[in-house]
Design a protein around this ligand. Structure first.
Ligand SMILES: CC(=O)N[C@H]1[C@@H](OP(=O)(O)OP(=O)(O)OC[C@H]2O[C@@H](n3ccc(=O)[nH]c3=O)[C@H](O)[C@@H]2O)O[C@H](CO)[C@@H](O)[C@@H]1O[C@H](C)C(=O)N[C@@H](C)C(=O)N[C@H](CCC(=O)N[C@@H](CCC[C@@H](N)C(=O)O)C(=O)O)C(=O)O
Ligand SMILES: Nc1ncnc2c1ncn2[C@@H]1O[C@H](COP(=O)(O)OP(=O)(O)OP(=O)(O)O)[C@@H](O)[C@H]1O
Ligand SMILES: C[C@@H](N)C(=O)N[C@H](C)C(=O)O
Length: 431
């Protein structure tokens, strides 16, 4: 078995890491991982036959001998160790980003703004877990001048373990809310879990970017003498939502920055990106222009205009906080008839029933004209929304929709946890 330095040399000669033969590229170094459906060791030989430079496996029966098979105790652990070793060779600022909501959006806005000055790497999509973080680090080559690494979590200790791999020099926690509260085991544990990023920075003389609008985070600022805070009202503030229309607009001392992001909640994501860009001395106008051009994607804060409807596609995920701000965004920004199509929120544990009830209450109180709920958990909202329409599943809703089409000109918010895949409904609004 090669030592970590030898493996790193091999990695540097490869065309990158691959953990999935379905996505293999010539010259990749393949790591055999285990998951709920497959044992990656089974694909090692296939990976070599299809052009992998070598395969890292962890079950001896798949070792066919020769230098191409690298047998280790635990391939996942080895991937993480290799990433940590690779990180040690990088001499660039690495910004760690975590938080309950808006990590991916803020990461992308930050990358866009920083790229106005630096060649900036950022986590692709949201590859932010025990596999995604090492893969992200290993995707940074020596041409990059700056890196942003997203870290997701649903249990205490997770962010600390990612910090050991990514070794951030700077860090940002977007906010602390109820996402994954069931898996974390309570709000206190979410605070503990997210603060692991700042703990790491504190121990390693790193620099935190602190959202002072979040009371819990503002409190954490006290631990640092070098904290950089945002939002800074003299720099920028959100334009009046009623005049700003459906998209978020920011006013600066000299400028109005119009974004393509739906929802006032995105103000804090943009503010975070501008704060980081300013810290790294990206010219202000260039950073503002960059965030103004950023196009949201992948069902996050997206506006899709079809022939008859405005669809706010926010169906990537959902939790009590993001549900509330998304519904508020819908009603405050639009004059047309407002419609919500909402699905279940996952990973809420014992709070699930109560939080789903609250969603119905919020939609009613905010005066959403038409309210459709799809799923087993969101049924709890029947208690608070007597006139909403409830469906067991998407098929039932689609059948209803054929008989009772939504009024043309409506603005429709689609939101639910990933498991609901509410984006499957989009084609029904496209004609
Ligand atoms: C292990 C793996 O990478 N699985 C991916 C694979 O899944 P699949 O079901 O097909 O196979 P297995 O997992 O059983 O496979 C074992 C291995 O075998 C390989 N293999 C299989 C078939 C084949 O023909 N050839 C093969 O080589 C296979 O590739 C495995 O290595 O494919 C799916 C489809 O592409 C992937 O979705 C699946 O990826 C898993 C889910 C994964 O963890 N991927 C990471 C790279 C990642 O970062 N994924 C993020 C998830 C982010 C997330 O949800 N974050 C949460 C918080 C984090 C909580 C954390 N504790 C956690 O549990 O994750 C958040 O809220 O932000 C992503 O995909 O977006
Ligand atoms: N600052 C914010 N406050 C509250 N909700 C937000 C905020 N930013 C984004 N959201 C909501 O979270 C959804 C997902 O956004 P994003 O992917 O950026 O978050 P995330 O924290 O990265 O989630 P994940 O880790 O699961 O990808 C958005 O579609 C929006 O509904
Ligand atoms: C898919 C994952 N990143 C996530 O956000 N999960 C929560 C529970 C959701 O889907 O709402």
């Amino acid at each position: 078995m090669p030592n970590i330095d030898q493996l790193h040399q091999l990695f540097l000669k490869s065309t990158g890491i691959c953990t999935d033969t379905r996505k293999l590229k010539q010259g990749n170094l393949f790591f055999a991982l285990k998951g709920p459906n497959f044992n990656g060791n089974l694909f090692a030989e296939k990976a070599l036959n299809e052009g992998a430079i070598a395969v890292v496996i962890d079950e001896p029966e798949y070792d066919k001998g020769g230098e191409s098979f690298i047998l280790v105790e635990n391939a996942l652990k080895y991937l993480q160790n290799l990433a940590s070793y690779h990180r040690d060779q990088l001499r660039i600022p690495v910004i760690g980003i975590t938080g309950s909501n808006g990590k991916t959006t803020t990461k992308e806005l930050m990358q866009t703004a920083l790229s106005a000055k630096f060649k900036t790497f950022a986590t692709r999509g949201n590859l932010n877990n025990h596999i995604g973080v090492p893969l992200s680090i290993l995707a940074i080559d020596d041409t990059f001048e700056m890196a942003i690494i997203e870290m997701g979590a649903n249990h205490v200790g997770e962010i600390a373990s990612y910090c050991k791999i990514a070794k951030p020099t700077h860090g940002l926690i977007t906010n602390i809310g109820k996402a994954h509260i069931g898996e974390f085991g309570g709000f206190e544990n979410i605070v503990l879990g997210k603060s692991e990023l700042f703990d790491y920075l504190k121990k390693n003389n790193g620099i935190p970017f602190v959202n002072t609008n979040d009371a819990v985070l503002k409190n954490m600022q006290k631990r640092f003498e070098n904290a950089v805070t945002y939002p800074n009202e003299h720099d920028y503030y959100p334009a009046n939502p009623l005049t700003g229309g459906v998209f978020l607009e920011l006013e600066t001392a000299t400028n109005v920055v119009s974004t393509h992001l739906v929802g006032q909640y995105n103000f804090m994501n943009v503010a975070a990106a501008l704060c980081v860009a300013k810290f790294f001395e990206v010219p202000e106008e260039a950073a503002e222009e960059a965030v103004a051009t950023y196009q949201p994607k992948d069902m996050r804060s997206q506006l899709i205009k079809t022939k008859h409807y405005n669809i706010i596609s926010d169906a990537y995920n959902a939790n009590p906080d993001s549900m509330e701000v998304a519904i508020k965004g819908l009603v405050s920004a639009e004059n047309s008839e407002s419609v919500v199509i909402l699905g279940d929120m996952m990973e809420l544990g014992e709070l699930s029933e109560l939080e789903h009830e609250k969603v119905g209450e919020i939609a009613v109180d905010l005066g959403v004209s038409k309210r459709f709920y799809i799923g087993k958990l969101i049924k709890a909202a029947k208690k608070t929304d007597k006139f909403g329409k409830f469906f067991e599943n998407k098929d039932e809703f689609i059948a209803y929709l054929k008989e009772h089409p939504i009024k043309h000109g409506s603005t429709i918010l689609l939101k639910g946890s990933r498991k609901n895949a509410l984006e499957d409904l989009l084609p029904y609004f496209e004609e």
